[in-house]
Design a protein around this ligand. Structure first.
Ligand code: FES
Length: 360
């Protein structure tokens, strides 16, 4: 039945567009769009990004794959077509998802890819429209699109179509403001269901947490929860944090004033805002020192200690660690008063100074 349905021409495209429209209409009816603070540039970038992805990036990569495949490996054309659908689909979707987990995670941990993924995290509101908000080059380099093209060449058109439909549903659902999982956390009787579901698929609470501005908010984990469809990879590679609430604030700690053209076309277009990572000649600087920094801290408050050594607000995190493997360290103190925090970043009991800097 499903296999037959998948033979309908462009069925995946209808579903992909239909799911976007459905969430768009529901968010609109719910009043999210009316109360939105989004600017014209946000809409332009997101709509353009969606249209270019579907109508240019994917077709070009698919054409390229077919050209190269037919030239170099004509014997493998349709090689997978006769394999059992269920097994092929399972293999396709798991490989697709693990590729995207690592691409996404790498985009958070390496400087250049981070700048291509930064538009996605610059959004200060969640919503269906945020899903496709990335630089053009981010999509051109995305291994998943090449993977889709390869499977199509090998004759896996139906598994790709079903995969795209499921992926679209989970991705748009997890970015949406609708938070379909909220009732499951609110009502005790429903909680066991979401506890199982969140360990399988990416839920809004799980993904919203990834978009939260700062770890100071207990519902936020901007340095984890990298999954796309399934939370399996985050659980397997130690980056999962399950939440039952949603961040109070979304977006980046460092606010910059960038035109949408720099956001979408970086590195070909630069930002005029010199504080922006997209500006020409922008550099993160080492702000560590060979001495501790004494700060007044209050019992009961949470703080984020900078571990990357690039914050302009040492010893506290200011978000400069994006694009590196470092994560800020959240901590609290037992007594209100002055505390010496490590700023050489080599202490053995971070965030506190243990005088390691004296021997450096
Ligand atoms: S600025 Fe966040 S860890 Fe350094």
């Amino acid at each position: 039945m499903i296999e037959e349905l998948l033979t309908i021409k462009n069925i995946d495209v209808y579903f992909v567009v239909g799911i976007i429209l459905l969430f768009g209409i529901l968010e609109s009816i719910s009043g999210f769009l009316k109360n939105s603070n989004r600017k014209k540039g946000d809409w332009i970038q997101e709509i353009l990004s969606f249209l270019v992805l579907g109508n240019l990036v994917k077709p070009i990569i698919i054409l390229l794959m077919f050209g190269l495949g037919t030239y170099f490996f004509p014997q493998y054309r349709l090689a997978l077509a006769s394999l059992p659908f269920v097994g092929l689909f399972a293999a396709y979707i798991l490989i697709d998802d693990v590729l995207q987990y690592w691409y996404h995670r790498t985009a958070h941990e390496t400087p250049f890819l981070w700048k291509l993924h930064r538009p996605h995290h610059q959004a200060e509101e969640m919503g269906f429209f945020v899903s496709y908000r990335n630089a053009l080059l981010y999509y051109l380099l995305m291994p998943n699109i090449w993977w889709v093209a390869l499977i199509l060449f090998l004759g896996g058109g139906k598994v790709v179509a079903l995969g795209l439909i499921i992926k679209q549903l989970i991705i748009i659902g997890s970015h949406s403001q609708l938070k379909w999982d909220k009732p499951f956390y609110q009502y005790a009787a429903l909680r066991p269901i979401i506890k199982i579901l969140e360990r399988i698929i990416i839920t809004p609470a799980f993904h919203h947490s990834h978009h939260g501005t700062s770890k100071l908010d207990t519902a936020s984990e901007p340095n984890g929860n990298f999954g796309n469809m399934f939370s399996l990879w985050d659980q397997l590679f130690g980056t999962a944090t399950f939440q039952s609430s949603y961040p109070k604030e979304y977006g980046l700690q460092q606010k910059t004033n960038d035109p949408w053209t720099a956001s979408y076309f970086y590195p070909f277009v630069k930002s005029p805002d010199l504080k922006s990572e997209w500006s020409a000649g922008f550099k993160k600087t080492d702000t560590t020192t060979l001495e501790a920094i004494s700060v007044s801290l209050t019992k009961g408050e949470a703080y984020l200690w900078c571990a990357c050594g690039m914050s302009k607000n040492q010893p506290f995190c200011d978000g400069s660690h994006h694009g590196t493997k470092f994560k800020p360290q959240k901590f609290a103190v037992k007594r209100t008063g002055t505390t010496r925090l490590c700023n050489c970043k080599k202490s053995n009991r971070t965030p506190f100074c243990d005088d390691t800097h004296l021997s450096l």
